[in-house]
Design a protein around this ligand. Sequence first.
Ligand code: C2E
Ligand code: MG
Ligand code: MG
Ligand code: MG
Length: 285
Amino acid sequence: QAKKLGKAKYEVFDPKMYVQAVRRLELESELRQAILQQQLILHYQPIFCINSLELVGFEALVRWQHPQRGIIPSDEFIPLAEETGLIVPLGNWVLYEACRQLKSWQDKFPAAQSLSVGVNVAGKQLYSSDFLDTVDSIMAQTQVDAGYLKLEITESMLIKNTERVIEVLAKIRQRNIQLCIDDFGTGYSSLSYLPKFPVNILKIDRSFIIAIDNGKQNYEVVQAVVTLAKALNMKVVAEGIETEAQLNNLQSLAVPLGQGFLFSKPLTVELAQEMIVAQSSVISN
Ligand code: C2E
Ligand code: MG
Ligand code: MG
Ligand code: MG
């Protein structure tokens, strides 16, 4: 008995676990500071019309400019932000900043007037009782036209609290804000649920786009998604296009929009702006 207890005690004080827990607490308090001290920045990945290769907008992706560790990619702190609830203030800042930036581009560059911006929204944000108020106040503050804002949610967020989620999503659509299902095809949502959600864009996950080069059946899966989207009156965006072959296949499938490293990685504000300017010279010449 004593031996058993002793062992359990030892496990509680496993130094490795202790170090990990301390590291997490440090990271959490650093992230809290990062939000306050404006160490977060947005990068913008361009989204193109697959046929005309015209720029149609950007997806805003958050980065952490850490004073010691340099730029930290979202994968390395978004999960922690989600677990700790910090995702709510963080996500609200992202929404504000993306809207502010789009409006400023639209005011500055004629070619930016019809560009849209996509913003990722986490479950905790969508479920929070003041989400709609936050959206409204950000729209009012930044004066961005609702039609140019796209909120990206994932399938897994649709499975929880279905009735309430449908209500909130419907209210978002009533404001003419667009709604995307991000990483479509990777969640567990049953297809029969899809028509119930007032969502108007499907973003096909990168894993399907990668697979498209490897055989007829994968091509047909993407074709089926495109058909489904059409039937439900939804637009389609292909994520993670990396090769010419993928692009050709998506063109022949009549997928209208796409993003990926073949076109461009997520860009700093300055580089995104250069891309807008380059497009305007194409348009005016
Ligand atoms: P996501 O929303 O699906 O964003 C697309 C991710 O795929 C981005 O990674 C982007 O850099 C990457 N990507 C784009 N094209 C390609 C490609 O051709 N090949 C490959 N291999 N990757 C490509 P990133 O920026 O690291 O973001 C990862 C995820 O973190 C995002 O996935 C999103 O779920 C989350 N995230 C990023 N910013 C935010 C945010 O502001 N709020 C929330 N809640 N989540 C965010
Ligand atoms: Mg996204
Ligand atoms: Mg995605
Ligand atoms: Mg993805």
